[in-house]
Design a protein around this ligand. Structure first.
Ligand code: UDP
Length: 391
């Protein structure tokens, strides 16, 4: 099979955790590598984000990353719609020049869905899409971000035109059916996965020694892009009232002194908990494993989360996860068995579950062990096999 992947803004080789780079980028690299390992030819077309990037990077013999110049390298995500036609035209030019006809296009996020639909029409090949997040769901869960009506319009159009849709959870499937009145047969649930060898249970003493963290600390870990949607404010507020000695919140993700990091630091100062919170910035996964290994629990208080890879990685590392009951998180966290799901996006209920876990070593160990077992059903290999079977 010759597969053309379109990911306009999500370049899979960028460091996850910085602005607009997260789970989707990780997903693309992990699945594309494995699809290529099965002997398929895979090309990923993505926008050039760095002028120093070569146009083509051979990730392995079967997998190429093809950078497309469309708009300024540092353009904001919300500006990218205006460069979509340029992106599509350049991809068509490359395909025609190489005379490399794809059997199928797979697109990721609505901007790429627009490109995928046009390529599918131009070359008469099927198009499969994954939205990753849906504007209407995100807005419903967190109405404080700028609303882009054009995005909803295109998500509806793509959903109707595309040949098939891959979603990550039953919640997303149900939402798509009710939003756009789609045939359920058109949608397959294929959850992402985790590399259970990379993310595994490691000795906490070893990990803390490696990172130079004292053993008497209680560590609550958050991993992700620093966006308001992630609910980090809730965690900072928890730190102001939590009744646990030596507790620290580690926040992994974000970059430098970005406005969002500054806003969160200001909130911590205002609540007089700045010294209890460590902002670590974004960290490559090879290093991140030691932070998971050093933590006591992981918390994801998101307002909306289409899946939540960070929760899955923490679980694979044998850590109980306290997460909001939203989107795909209930498929990762089994309430009371591998962690806790919280219905309300406010500090009190999160604090209660965090304290229960931090006060009970045996319970934490038991839930962590269950969490690790549960992740054995959610691997990249399994996810990729299902994708290959489908396409
Ligand atoms: N991540 C990372 N370094 C960081 C922060 C995050 O490598 O500093 C990775 C993390 O390991 C996970 C992904 O980024 O694989 C975040 O995915 P998730 O689904 O949790 O959040 P999303 O970005 O999709 O909202």
């Amino acid at each position: 099979m010759n597969l053309g992947i379109i990911s306009v803004h999500g370049c899979p080789i960028r460091q996850a955790g910085i602005k607009d780079v997260g789970g989707m980028n990780v997903y693309l690299l992990e699945t594309a590598k494995r699809i290529a390992d099965f002997g398929n030819k895979v090309d990923i077309f993505t926008r050039r984000h760095d002028p120093k990037d070569p146009q083509i990077i051979n990730i392995n013999d079967n997998l190429r990353l093809i950078h497309i110049d469309s708009g300024p390298v540092d353009a904001e995500k919300k500006e990218l719609f205006s460069y979509i036609n340029i992106f599509t035209k350049k991809v068509i030019k490359i395909i025609e020049h190489e005379n490399n006809l794809y059997d199928i296009f797979s697109s990721h996020y609505w901007l790429s869905g627009i490109v995928g639909n046009d390529l599918s029409k131009q070359f008469h090949v099927p198009h499969v899409t994954s939205f990753h997040t849906l504007n209407d769901l995100k807005q419903k869960a967190f109405p404080f971000d700028e609303f882009l009506p054009i995005r909803s319009k295109y998500e509806s159009l793509i959903a109707k035109k595309v040949d098939h849709i891959i979603v990550w959870s039953n919640h997303e499937k149900k939402s798509l059916i009710s939003l756009y009145n789609l045939d359920p047969e058109k949608i397959s649930i294929i959850p992402p996965g985790v590399d259970i060898k990379k993310f595994q249970q490691r000795d906490i003493k070893f990990c803390r020694n490696y990172l130079n963290i004292s053993l008497d600390k209680r560590i609550i870990l958050f991993v992700g892009r620093l966006e308001k949607l992630k609910g980090i404010d809730i965690l900072i507020k928890v730190m102001a009232t939590i009744e646990i000695l030596n507790v620290q919140l580690f926040i992994v993700g974000g970059e430098g002194n970005s406005p969002e990091i500054k806003r969160l630091k200001d909130l911590a100062i205002k609540l007089n908990v700045r010294e209890k919170i460590l902002f670590l910035g974004s960290i490559p996964q090879d290093e991140l494993i030691y932070y998971y290994g050093s933590s006591d629990i992981c918390v994801l208080p998101s307002y909306y989360e289409s899946f939540g890879l960070a929760a899955l990685e923490a679980a694979a590392c044998g850590k109980p996860v306290v997460a909001s009951r939203v989107g795909g998180l209930p498929s990762i966290v089994i309430d009371g068995k591998t962690g806790y799901l919280v219905n309300w996006k406010c500090p009190g209920p999160f604090q209660e579950k965090i304290e229960i876990l931090l006060n009970n070593d045996l319970l934490r160990k038991k839930l962590g062990k269950n969490a690790r077992s549960h992740t054995k059903n959610l691997t990249w290999d399994k996810s990729t096999s299902s994708i290959i079977k489908l396409i």
